[in-house]
Design a protein around this ligand. Structure first.
Ligand code: SF4
Length: 767
């Protein structure tokens, strides 16, 4: 529209979709005046449930034009880490990348080049195509990092594959729940646009139970707040299972018909008993004990499978999976779990009873329970709670990570650009980077992975220092750019040269991310940077067309029934967003009670982990956060990094409105812990352990229990007075995760520290 203001040449409102990795995909109405983004407001979503915006995105105009913005390609001129760069032209920067990468590939092979990407890019341009094609395929791909362990546990239980698999019912389905456990999740600060659904459910009579060691902003709104000791979620889950099973508060039909509970397990090796164990000519069908026939039979041949019991089949001793689970949890009495969790035994019993009696009940997990060494065992135990009570596949029930990205009706876009069959990458788990010998000599980085996705930062930086060449594509100067040789300025999701940047399915709708403003400075889109590099490497044939062409192909080529009435042109005509052809009732995951595990059932027993003794979700008390850990005496405080309300991970670290309220990193701790260490509110404290240190302003916060402290994640190196919270964090590798999934989650919260007053020399040395 043309505004009345005589000083204003043009003013228009462009709708697009937020790209930040908070888990939401809010639709944004962006006011652009004279080509400059000046205001962001919520735009209506096709499914009104998803209309909304959080305060963070109100600061997008400050974010996009931030003084930290990289506006031209840069080349390093001082030592790595010195932050000494000079501007260079795009041609110079891209030619240097091509020359250096090509020389390394000639000498050391394509695996000498690694790609690592962040969520800041576009889904159709995250350098995956270039990585797969470069050097004839086989470049190294640093992948994974954090926020995967709870998914691993849920994937093994329900059979999904992806690290961010969708397990939970839609957020709005909480209205159908009689009790919902919000476990290690704080949507009031991290998934703000989804929090209203929790409040709506509570107001409609759903009992909201928050399990969190600290009195979080979400706990404030709960009917019941339960505060276990940090890292003790797994014994709490086992204690709840103990009560549920002991009291008989279980759903026997569900267990027998839809779970692994009746499967016979060989006591000698922990594997499921199969027909082929009994006769070499028999099929490898799972066996159950048929009470009608008094013998082991194929699962499909049983008329009355036994839920419980130990038996001998020939000379093989067996037990049902449910019996093994019952025996495992038999020692986790409320009294014992009370000792392990610092909770009252009566609360553990009462919570189990409330969960059993509320039908249906559900469990929503957050990433607060993801960042311990054995978080996959925890999520398997939590899933077992849902399974034994039959709270799976029903409205108001279920278990899953309650990121607000997931949960709505699933629908799949069509394929993107084709690649030749030989195109591939060589996966390298992020947690192993810098910790084992790798063939990598150069890294192409998208975003600030060193600060956000790596623990034990001094090891990571040592790794970066010894590389031959580091390239980073980013919007802002951040920690990884400090250690780079070439920096390329990328467009944010608001900038483009093409009208359509990418498309996404979210909230029962299809959305286009559209161009809002022209690129800032000399920034180019990731789509263009990847294509420009590919052309220089002689790979241009695979990068024909525009981002709009790719999106058109994805939408028009979608085979999913949800797209039956959708085309790219229709979405454009509809203003960039359309509701998909999906049911109007909230999505219920596993409503068909078909699971993609090998058995087709929900499996709380994981036979592949029998060799490690983790076929059941056992409590392995060997991780750093627990009080019995050898480091506990020297470093008595557990350091966590909660998600900050003012940032989505690190995004918005640099916007003036948020910095006005939260100007610098703070070290939150219980006032008694602070007093014991001679610290008071506002003092500079130094948190340290054998890995590193960080200096930050102490905030005495009674919401944190004694023994726990916090620095919110996402602050940048230049914002700390000294050190970095990631210098302190743990990178211990979990063997079970590696065995099953090929990589391990970084256990950021398994970090112990001690805190002392900061030496005057380092107080406030950085602004
Ligand atoms: S940061 Fe998240 S909640 Fe906030 S506007 Fe963007 S998508 Fe929505």
């Amino acid at each position: 529209m043309i505004a009345n203001n005589p000083h204003c040449v043009t003013e228009r409102v462009v709708n697009t979709v937020c790209a930040h990795n908070c888990g939401g995909r809010s639709r944004l109405a962006c006011t652009v005046r004279n080509g400059v983004l000046v205001r962001v407001e919520p735009a209506p979503a096709p499914d009104d449930t998803y209309t909304g915006l959080c305060v963070r995105c109100l600061t997008l105009p400050q974010w996009v034009y931030s003084k930290e913005r990289i506006r031209t390609p840069m080349r390093r001129i001082g030592p790595r880490g010195s932050r000494q760069f000079i501007p260079v032209s795009w041609d110079e920067a891209l030619d240097e990348i091509v020359d250096r990468f090509s020389a390394l590939i000639r000498t050391h092979g394509s695996s000498s080049i690694a790609f690592v990407r962040s969520t800041s890019g576009s889904p159709i341009a995250s350098y995956t195509r270039l990585a797969a094609l470069l050097g004839g395929g086989g470049t190294s791909n640093f992948y994974g990092g954090v926020d995967m362990a709870v998914h691993m546990g849920l994937n093994s239980t329900f059979g999904d594959k992806g690290m961010y698999g969708q397990h939970s019912n839609e957020w709005t389905d909480r209205l159908n729940s009689r009790l919902t456990i919000v476990w290690g999740h704080n949507p009031a600060e991290t998934a703000m646009t989804a929090m209203r659904h929790l409040l709506n459910a509570r107001d409609a009579g759903c009992e909201v139970v928050v399990i969190d060691p600290r009195y979080s902003a979400t706990a404030v709104h709960a009917n019941w707040w339960i505060a276990p000791r940090p890292g003790s979620d797994l014994p709490l889950a086992l204690g709840l299972l103990h009560v549920l099973i002991r009291e008989g508060w279980i759903d026997r039909p569900f267990l027998i018909e839809h779970s692994c509970a009746p499967f016979l397990v060989r006591v000698d090796n922990g594997k499921y008993l199969r027909g082929s164990d009994l006769s070499p000519s028999a099929r490898s069908t799972l066996q159950v004990w048929d009470e009608a026939q008094g013998r082991a039979v194929d699962l499909n041949a049983a008329t009355a499978p036994a839920l419980e019991g130990r038996f001998a089949v020939g000379d093989i001793p067996v037990a049902t999976a449910f019996t093994l689970l019952s025996e495992l949890v038999s020692t986790y009495t409320p009294a014992h779990v009370a000792e392990l969790t610092d909770l009252a035994a009566a609360d553990i019993f009462d919570l189990a009873r409330a969960f059993a009696q509320a039908k249906p009940a559900q469990i929503g997990l957050g990433y607060g329970v993801d960042r311990y060494k054995h978080s996959e065992l925890f999520s398997r135990a939590a899933a077992a709670i849902a399974i034994v009570t039959g709270n799976v596949g029903k409205p108001g029930a279920g278990i899953g990570v309650q990121s607000h990205y997931h949960g709505s009706h699933p629908a799949r876009l069509g394929p993107g650009p084709e690649l030749p069959k030989w195109a591939s990458t060589r996966p390298v788990p992020m947690i192993e980077v810098g910790r084992r010998e790798l063939p990598v000599r150069a890294v192409f980085c998208q975003g600030d992975w060193i600060n956000q996705r790596m623990g034990d930062m001094n090891v990571s930086l040592h790794y970066l220092k010894q590389l031959d060449f580091v390239v980073t594509v980013d919007h802002f100067f951040q920690t990884t750019t400090d250690w780079s040789d070439i920096i390329l300025p990328a467009c944010t999701f608001l900038e483009d040269t093409s009208p359509t940047r990418d498309a996404l399915v979210f909230g029962n709708s299809i959305y286009l991310r559209t161009k809002v403003i022209d690129p800032v400075g000399e920034a180019r889109t990731d789509f263009e940077i990847e294509r420009d590099l590919a052309n220089r490497f002689g790979l241009g044939e695979w990068f024909q067309g525009t981002s709009e062409d790719v999106v058109r192909r994805q939408i028009d080529g979608a085979r999913d029934r949800a797209f039956s009435n959708v085309s790219y042109d229709k979405v454009v005509q509809a203003g960039g967003a359309m509701r998909l052809d999906v049911p109007t009732t909230p999505h219920v995951q596993y409503a068909d009670l078909i699971f993609t595990t090998k058995s087709g059932r929900a499996e709380f027993y994981c036979e592949e982990l029998a060799e490690l003794g983790e076929a059941l979700p056992v409590f392995v008390p060997d991780h750093e956060a627990l009080p019995a850990h050898p480091l506990a005496e020297r470093y008595p405080l557990v350091l966590v990094q909660t998600h900050a309300r003012q940032r989505a991970h690190s995004t918005f670290f640099n916007t003036s409105w948020t910095l006005e309220v939260w100007p610098e990193p703070t070290l939150e701790m219980n006032p008694d812990d602070a007093r014991e260490r001679g610290l008071a509110n506002g003092d500079m404290g130094e948190a340290y352990n054998g890995r590193g240190h960080v200096v930050a302003k102490v905030v005495c916060n009674p919401d944190f229990p004694p023994g726990m402290c916090n620095i919110t994640e996402g602050w940048k190196q230049q914002q700390y007075a000294d050190g970095n919270v990631q210098e302190l964090t743990n990178s211990e590798i979990n063997a079970g995760q590696t065995l099953i999934w090929g990589h391990a989650n970084i256990p950021f919260f398994d970090t112990r520290v001690e805190i002392r007053p900061a030496a005057p020399a380092v107080r406030g040395t950085r602004p």
